[in-house]
Every structure is written in C-alpha cells, then in structure tokens.
Design a protein around this ligand. Structure first.
Ligand code: XIL
Length: 315
C-alpha cells in the first residue's frame, strides 16, 4: 500500500510528523514508521530554546542535528520549531534580571544563532509561536512585556537575515476556523506584509478534541490567507478524546483529521499537513489534558485507527 508521504506527493502536499527523538533512538518500529510514512518532520522538542541553549552561551545542537541528518537520509524536509515562544524557555532567560534592551539583544542573538546553525537545512521555521490570546489580543509574555508588539516583526527580520532561503511561519492554536483569534492574526500578517516584513506562512496547529467538535470554516479561513499570497500549513494535527476510547469517538476523531486535511487540500498554497506524533504510544496529550488521550492516527501498538484510513482515503 502507498504510504502517507507517497499519497501526499500526488496531492502536492508534504505529510509530516512531530518526532520524539528519544523514541526515534530507542524504538525501531517508531523509527521505521517515521522513515516510511512521512515526507517531512518537525522536532517535537529538541529545537526549542530550553534544549538548544540550557546555559547561556552553551549550545547543544546534538539531538536536533541528529534529526536533521535522519530526515536528509530519508529525503524528508524539516520544519524548524520554534524560535520565539513564551514556553519552554531556558531558566537563565526567565529567571535572569535583564533590561528590555538586554532582552531584545538576547532574543536577537538566539534567533540569529539558531537559524544560522541550521541554515540551508530547514524548509519552514515556526518563527513566532502562540503570540495571541483567544480574544485576539496579544498574549502577555516576557517578549510582549519587555519589547512591545514589535518583537514579532523583529523576529521575522532577524530570521530572514540568517537564512534567506527558509520559509517563515507564524504558528498558533485555536486559529483553525474564522474567529477573533484567527482574524487578529490575519490582520497582523496583512499589516506586516504591507510593511515588507518577511512572513511567508501561517501555521494552524490543529489540536482538536472530539468533545468540542470541529469548525466548519477551516477552508474559508485558509482562503483569506491564501488570497494574501501566503503559504499555509497544518502544523500539529491531533484529535484527542476523553478516555476510554470507543468506536463512536474514534469515528469522530477520523472526521476531525479529515476536516484539517481537507481544508489544506483545497487551499492552493497549503504546503503540508503535519501530525503532532503518529502513535498513541508517545503523545503529549495524556500529560497535558487530564483524562484525555488516544489523539493519534495509530494506536499504542502501531495499528491503524479509523483516522489513519481517513487520511489515506482523503489523499
Ligand atoms: C509540546 C510537546 O509535545 C511536549 O512533549 C512538551 O512537553 C510540551 O510541548 N503547541 C506547540 C508544541 O507548539 O510545541 C507543543 O509541544 C504542543 C502545543
């Protein structure tokens, strides 16, 4: 049977997964599945600042470089995730006492050094992650508080200077449908592009939950970004459910995945559909959402769930 990656190629899409590099090293079924099914990969954690620069000035690129090498040897593209975020920051950043000017220089160096390190090896960077609140205001973060809203444009300019070949994305959750948050993000990128800021794409994370239902206007939302000439991607698809799983929930889950993939398929510049992990054996969901789980397309024994068949069918 054709793999997701091969089916995606025919549809003009890369099909990716977030990769847990510990599982990649220690679990051969996991490793073989990443290599076989996917045409792009995202580091689930190892490109985050907390892991790349745990002590000021002391970089550790080993795990991320290993993933990039793995991807290259399997002809996969790499999404870089993520440069500017409020979460998973090194303690020396969050607990240090810096002036706004110092913090701006710290962030500039971080973006520049990380993008430069991977120059030529990253297809798309999630430059700014989760900058908005659900009501469309900018999220209160160390960056907004100290640097003001201009940190977003600055981050894109710094990243572009460090690797002019990489496509630069703004990424967020709860922006799949048309709502206050996605509209605020849309207005921001429209303004930034008018000002010549190099923001090339919008990433819809796509963390869905069966008990909340799925927006019906994902394609309409993507179309307005497409009409700006922007790329788009589904960057972190998973569809969780209250545990235990049952047939009804698994069918609903399959529909959730189809909603995201279908919207990407009908959007001209939607370039890739990435799942946030592919097996229930390794998932961030049970650790993050109490009582929920089973969010991925393969079960904990790597058997296909209805969602996996739905993706294959839709492609
Ligand atoms: C999550 C990882 O999956 C977890 O392993 C980690 O403990 C926390 O971060 N949105 C994002 C991702 O942009 O980086 C998050 O990844 C999931 C939510």
């Amino acid at each position: 049977a054709a793999t997701l990656g091969a089916l995606g190629r025919k549809a003009g899409l890369r099909i990716g997964t977030a990769v847990d590099t510990t599982a990649l090293a220690g679990d051969s079924t996991y490793r073989e599945t990443v290599a076989r099914e996917f045409s792009s990969v995202t580091a689930e954690n190892v490109m985050k600042w907390q892991l790349t620069e745990p002590e000021r000035g002391k970089h550790d690129w080993a795990a991320a470089d290993g993933l990039v090498d793995f991807a290259r040897s399997h002809k996969q593209l790499v999404r870089g995730h993520t440069l500017v975020w409020h979460s998973q920051l090194p303690a020396w950043v969050t607990e240090g006492s810096f002036t706004p000017e110092e913090l701006r220089e710290i962030l500039r160096r971080h973006v520049t050094e990380e993008v430069r390190h991977f120059k030529g090896r990253i297809w798309q960077w999630d430059v700014v992650n989760e900058a908005f609140n659900d009501d469309g205001t900018l999220r209160d973060s160390i960056w907004l508080r100290n640097l003001g809203p201009g940190y977003i444009a600055d981050a894109f300019r710094w990243a572009h200077r460090a690797d002019p070949g990489a496509k630069l994305y703004i990424n967020d959750y709860n922006i799949e449908g048309v709502n206050a948050k996605s509209t605020a993000l849309y207005e921001l990128v429209k303004q930034l592009r008018r000002e010549g800021v190099p923001v090339h794409g919008v990433g819809l994370q796509g963390h869905f939950a069966v008990q909340y239902g799925f927006p019906g206007d994902v394609a309409a939302n993507l179309k307005r970004f497409d009409d700006l000439g922007m790329e788009s991607a589904i960057t972190e698809a998973d569809v969780r459910m209250p545990m235990p799983a049952d047939n009804i929930k698994l069918q609903a889950q399959a529909r959730g995945y189809s909603v995201l993939l279908g919207a990407c398929l009908v959007t001209r510049r939607c370039t890739d559909f990435t799942v946030w992990g592919f097996t229930d054996k390794y998932s961030w969901v049970p650790d993050t959402f109490e009582g929920e789980g089973a969010a991925n397309v393969l079960d904990e024994n790597y058997a296909a769930k209805p969602a996996f068949d739905a993706l294959r069918q839709d492609l």
